[in-house]
Ligand binder design. Sequence first.
Ligand code: NOJ
Length: 550
Amino acid sequence: MNRCEFIKSSLLVTAGLTLDPMGGLVMAADNQKWWQRTIVYQIYPKSFCDANGDGTGDLRGIISKLDYLASLGVEAIWLTPIYPSPMVDNGYDISDYTSIDPRYGSMADFDELIEKARVRNIRVVMDLVYNHSSDQHQWFLESKSDRKNPKSDWYIWRDAVDGHEPTNWRSIFGGSAWAWCEARQQYYLHTFAKEQPDLNWENPSVRRALFDAARFWLDKGVGGFRIDAIVYIKKPPQFVDGTPDGADGMINVHSMTANTAGILDFLREFKRECFAGRDIFTVGEANSVKPNELGDWIGENGVFDMLFEFSHLNLSVDGEVWCRPRAWKLTELKSALSASQEATATNGWYPIFFENHDQPRGVNHYFAKDADPIKAAKALATVLLTMRGTPFIFEGQELGMANASWTSIDQFDDIQTRGQYEFALKEGLTPEQALDCVQQFSRDNARIPIDWSKATMSNTVLNWYRDLIAFRAEHEELLSGTYVELMAKDEQVFAFERALGNKKLITLVNFSTAEAKLPKKIATLKIAISSELNPTAGVLRPLEARICRI
Ligand code: NOJ
């Protein structure tokens, strides 16, 4: 497909139409929204593209890459936080919800980005970080100043119990989830870093202020929101100690507060006030919603359109404790992904993703150490772009970027990496072993600057992405068809069928570094596209990805 044909086919896809092989128009199977038919590209602005050469990516850098993104067929870009921030957690500690951090540019740059993206049919999606603010936010500065000020209960304050922290909860970044405030002689709760105090959603004024901020960005024309750490906004009625899960005598705060009953009342109000009736999408970061609750979250009357859930990411780590990695099998990965596909066949819509700014690179995470990184990147791309749902590409994934390599803990910038390193030492690991763990799981692996020299036509990973994206746009069954897993017990091959009426495609991806023999029924299918130049019927080469027609 040439560039012109590709643009034509992308426009048709957005309009809910595709062409059949004779060039006739085919309507989408059901009434899908624009965001169900597109590809979202996640940008971590700090490392994406530095236009002014100050060492940090910026909004003008993003503007300069819009043509590249449009040529990939991307119709939405999700920007991780670009608001003013002391950057304790790289922007997830926000000190002003309605401004732009000068490191990234100005509000005029942002408006220009929205407009230049719009003319290329790309919408800008913002990150809402509403469980907590920065401790430098004016709201917190007021709240902590004394117990009588008007914002006194905008955050979660508690008295000491027997002279120490109210509970034994460990924050997600390590250490107690409570920090002491001299002025108030009280502790405040922080699910993440102590510089990220949790907001008190029980207070209607807090909710009103947060909703106003979301509407500020909607009025600017943003195309939706990714909503951060949302499962923590409702706290339990009583704060009690939990059974320790580590040598430090503490328990991860997640086990005590995530997805507390009553959270949906807040979220329904959030939806009613900010999202309902708008042509936008919302995707919540919610890793502890149970399959039987999905309907309330993303069903027809759910609070969001999509939910990021982590079951496939968490196979390799025990509850975010990086020093307790576990060996996992391909069948576990397949069944986690298939369970999400099945759950969203009837409830809402699935955001397909393998990478983001919190995860190691996919080629390192999902494949053996000796796997060829280019082949592995193509294999993962094939699953990403042919499952049912909206694919989210994380910056650089399409260029085949892999983890960085680190030789000392001092090289890491990420607060969670440092916390995990300390935790590993407390658990009795040697410094070398602790470094090994953070090497494997550090969020900085995904946050190093994009190597744009890789974005040339000789990059075979990028070409494979382009081929697959074009293939996806031409096949309605990949956009709106059903999903059925095949060869579920196989430990080498991930296989599934996508079908719409009598149109059927089968994706076959060999995750292993050995050849995989295909069962007879599948071996004889016609190969539509393969990551190998000369694919052989009946056998998948190591890491080969292929799509067959029935
Ligand atoms: C999830 C975000 O993706 C992560 O980067 C951040 O550190 C935490 N939430 C806290 O906001």
